[in-house]
Design a protein around this ligand. Structure first.
Ligand SMILES: [Zn+2]
Length: 107
């Protein structure tokens, strides 16, 4: 079924500053995000990772890691600093890395 807004052209007209112009349709953005997520080849067990679901157990180091991951995602593509995740196995480094990747693709 074609998009009811753009009829699958991927563009929609909007009113802007007293005139009309065209911008990408939501269906195009959604399909782009789906393709990018698919191309990211995130393993199934990590497909639902997000920054909000990360359990920190009120551990200050984990809370700090989440804050830094959120900052990195918010500042992307021009973050002030990179993101380096260090810690023992099972602490959540992959979860945070995938969560940042997913946020950058979806938003
Ligand atoms: Zn559309």
């Amino acid at each position: 079924m074609p998009c009811s807004i753009c009829d699958d052209t991927g563009w929609k007209a909007i009113e802007s500053d007293g005139g009309r112009r065209v911008v990408r349709c939501d269906c195009w953005r959604n399909s782009l995000a789906a393709r990018l997520l698919d191309n990211a080849r995130i393993p199934p067990r990590y497909k639902r990772c997000d920054l909000e679901a990360f359990v920190t157990y009120t551990n200050e180091k984990l809370l700090s890691a989440v804050r830094q991951a959120q900052r990195f995602a918010a500042e992307f593509p021009t973050p002030q600093k990179g993101l380096c995740l260090i810690g023992p196995p099972g602490i959540g480094k992959t979860h945070l890395a995938v969560a940042v990747l997913r946020r950058l693709i979806i938003t």
